[in-house]
Design a protein around this ligand. Structure first.
Ligand code: PGA
Length: 253
């Protein structure tokens, strides 16, 4: 089955509103969305919460995702942003479970699961991030970790819900380190994730779900990942911050 490709920039805590707007104008001037569409590639960015509304206005066809959200619609959750708040500004994609949230903000696969269930109920597209730490990798625990993250994160979802899910495999040791995982590792784990989805939700869902690789993806290495049968795109941090580099990523897919 042929699946679309997805190039997603995760801006993390970078780009002010003005910088984000300038990025969007560059993307528009270079007609990147049109070029991507012609090649069957979806492209998007995940700005900081404060820049979301403005980027949404200037997106010109770019997918706009939040980097997180809360599972409750409203309430006493200081500093959090809810799904209805995102809906109000026209955002319907969200990254969930990024390793930096797991590492620094106490995010667990259980909290991810609550968020994912709330999001798919509102027909949001979810990019659910999974990945092992360097220590877990060294101990040979990668697949155990991924299994727990996938099984717990997707608990209680139906086959139908899976149409909203994208899974991003991002080994923690490769994020922001310049040590990108080999294509063999990326493909091995992407195909493992696909087999888990098959186990949990059946063949159709497993064949349809997009699986991304993330971790030190750059314009000069993105292409090799895209040649792997189970890797359907990339979640890119550092190399997605400048429009010129984002354009090169797209060109090299
Ligand atoms: P990086 O980050 O491309 O800067 O390694 C990837 C990510 O965290 O999604």
């Amino acid at each position: 089955m042929s699946r679309k490709k997805l190039l997603m920039g995760n801006w993390k805590m970078n780009l002010t509103i003005a910088e984000a707007n300038a990025f969007c104008e560059d993307v528009k001037a270079a007609s990147l969305v049109r070029q991507a569409r012609q090649r069957g590639i979806m492209i998007g960015v995940a700005p900081a919460f404060i820049a979301l509304q403005s980027v949404r206005k200037h997106a010109h066809g770019l997918i706009v995702a939040s980097q997180d959200c809360h599972y409750a619609d409203h309430g006493a959750y200081t500093s959090n942003v809810s799904i209805p708040m995102l809906q109000e500004i026209g955002v319907d994609w969200s990254i969930i479970g990024h390793s930096e949230r797991r590492q620094y903000e106490g995010e667990t696969s259980f909290t991810c699961n609550r968020k994912i269930k709330a999001l798919v109920k509102q027909q949001f597209h979810v990019i659910y991030c999974v990945g092992e730490t360097a220590k877990e990798y060294d101990q040979g625990l990668t697949k155990d970790v991924i299994r727990e993250q996938v099984v717990t994160g997707l608990m209680g979802l139906s086959k139908d819900d899976m149409q909203y899910l994208v899974i991003a495999y991002e080994p923690v040791w490769s994020i922001g380190t310049g040590k990108n995982a080999s294509v063999e590792i990326a493909e091995d784990i992407a195909s493992f994730i696909r087999s888990l989805i098959n186990e949990l939700f059946g063949k159709v869902a497993s064949q349809k779900t997009l699986i991304l690789y993330g971790g030190s993806v750059k314009p000069n290495n993105i292409h090799e990942y895209m040649l792997q049968p189970d890797v359907d795109g990339a979640l890119v941090g550092g190399a997605s911050l400048k429009s010129e580099s984002f354009k090169e990523l797209l060109e090299n897919i």
